[in-house]
Design a protein around this ligand. Sequence first.
Ligand code: ATP
Ligand code: FE
Length: 337
Amino acid sequence: IYILAIESSCDDTSAAILHNKKVLSNVVATQKIHEEYGGVVPELASRAHQQNIVPVVHQALTKANIDKKLVSAIAFTRGPGLMGSLLVGTSFAKSLSLGLDVPLIEVNHMQAHILAHFIEGDTQKQPPFPFLAMTISGGHTQIVLVRDYFDMKIIGETLDDAVGEAFDKSAKILGLPYPGGPLVDAYAKKGDPKAFPFPKPKVKGLNFSFSGLKTSILYFVRKEVEKNPNFIAENLNDICASIQYTIVNILMDKLKIAAIQTGIKQIAIGGGVSANSGIRKALINSQKELGWQTYIPNFEYCTDNAAMVGIVGYLKFIENDFAKQDVTAKARYFITN
Ligand code: ATP
Ligand code: FE
């Protein structure tokens, strides 16, 4: 089975070809335009998708070295995401499925972030059911109980900002360009995580909150800059390391509660923030310290990519779970129906 997958939920246009569970190609065109604005501008994102989608799909086919006549089905991200962005991928996928006369498969982006673990590769190991998945991305922060491929239950989530936003907004306070998450990670590697203690939010149970942290970072930086205008430049590594340390601790604290409450020690992460070296390290340490089995996706399957849409496409294909031609994009789309 060959799946052609399309992802266009936010600001990356991506296309992939999978042969069963193996990725033959995974092309991602990242939109640079948003850097100038310090965040994703929806109108510009949809325009860039419109521009990129044909060349990106073409490149995915060329890299996979297969003829489009071999494609068994078209999988696409239906939601959640930015409506204008989703519409480009959805419309393109529908037309292509009609043109090639192959079935259409709709994919939930957040399920895809989790099911990316089932892509077959040399270095990825697949979690056994049931497992806990923490999806940490630009728009979501959830702890999900995964009983089966399409049997998922959210047991905790953020009450305000997503963890990716917390990284990006902190970076913005420090004057770093968008998206700042990877930059905070890079500077953090050279800094002291305990240089500046930031308070952890007091949220009960398995839910998260990140807006208070952002505010306390803002006030702290403002106060220090008043005393020393060069405070940020002189302490960038330490500030980033301290922010990352606090965020990783918040995530790990909740995962620990979830593991105790559910009795599940198979722990997976997914979404863009799972590329973060701090959380990756904390999870690897937990294997020894807590006896967890942890599952961390390959870098390329952490941030938005079409390969993860393709694996969901394959899993739905073998269950004959196809979409109708009148399917519409959904900006809000939950992983549990
Ligand atoms: P969602 O998946 O919730 O719809 P999204 O698709 O925009 O949101 P992703 O592409 O999954 O989000 O993740 C992007 C986020 O991941 C950004 O906030 C980015 O800063 C963050 N991120 C990426 N790499 C790192 C890293 N190494 N450290 C911290 N954050 C990172
Ligand atoms: Fe995403």
